[in-house]
Design a protein around this ligand. Structure first.
Ligand SMILES: C[S@@+](CC[C@H](N)C(=O)[O-])C[C@H]1O[C@@H](n2cnc3c(N)ncnc32)[C@H](O)[C@@H]1O
Length: 207
């Protein structure tokens, strides 16, 4: 676990916090929020049977999820994070061993890729970071609603309109997350994981 913790929970929602954290961490540091690929590999393989699928990783951080998926055969992974410092470190770390993986400094509320250009999008803990703004979790501030809605709008724009899948892994219970993931023309499945502490996998499929 990283020792660079924010003074206040809402700092998880600021780019400055992440830039500072990643610039202070060693170049080979890595940390996986909630779940590692091992924990979800069987489910992922069943949801993404095609190893050539084009996959968009939203807020990749320095998690090992992308590299472990790559080593499992998913070569077509496009990683994004709004921390340019992090993206540069990750590019350098992986460019030799995993040359087909891409790294882009990008805000997931404003994705620059073309419509209908990805089969899969994955968010593990990134929407959660945008929800840490101070306020009532039962009645989130408009800023949180706007940020999360923008992410989901962008994901649904870049996903293929038929057979596209958005996988969101979070500790957030359905009551707090469904509102962002309920869209016309899509279907939502929720899987619960873990024993003592529960995590959730939300699987949003396009038509
Ligand atoms: C809680 S960490 C999760 C990292 C990684 N997905 C994992 O599972 O370990 C959130 C990450 O999302 C990034 N992030 C937060 N908001 C973002 C946004 N609006 N656009 C792009 N990246 C964002 C942060 O820089 C950070 O790397």
């Amino acid at each position: 676990m990283s020792s660079i913790l924010p003074r206040k929970n809402e700092e998880y929602g600021s780019k400055e916090y992440w830039d500072q954290r990643y610039s202070q961490e060693s170049d080979d540091a890595s940390f996986d929020w909630f779940k590692s690929y091992d924990d979800v590999a069987d489910i992922m393989r069943s949801i993404i049977p095609n190893k050539d699928a084009r996959i968009l990783m939203l807020g990749c951080g320095n998690s090992k999820l992308s590299e472990e998926m790559y080593d499992d055969g998913y070569k077509n992974i496009v990683n994004t994070d709004y921390s340019g410092i992090l993206i540069e470190k990750m590019r350098q770390r992986h460019e030799q061993a995993r040359p087909e993986m891409e790294w882009h400094e990008m805000d997931i509320r404003d994705i620059v890729f073309d419509a209908d250009s990805f089969d899969v999008a994955i968010d593990k803990g990134t929407m959660d970071a945008m929800m840490t703004t101070k306020g009532d979790v039962w009645d989130p501030p408009q800023e949180v609603i706007d940020n999360c809605s923008r992410e989901v709008n962008e994901v649904l724009r870049v996903l293929r309109k038929s057979g596209g899948v958005f996988i969101y892994i979070t500790f957030g219970q359905p009551h707090f997350r469904r509102r962002y993931l309920t869209r016309p023309g899509t279907t939502l499945e929720v899987r619960e994981m873990g024993e003592a502490f529960h995590y959730y996998m939300y699987i949003l499929r396009t038509g």
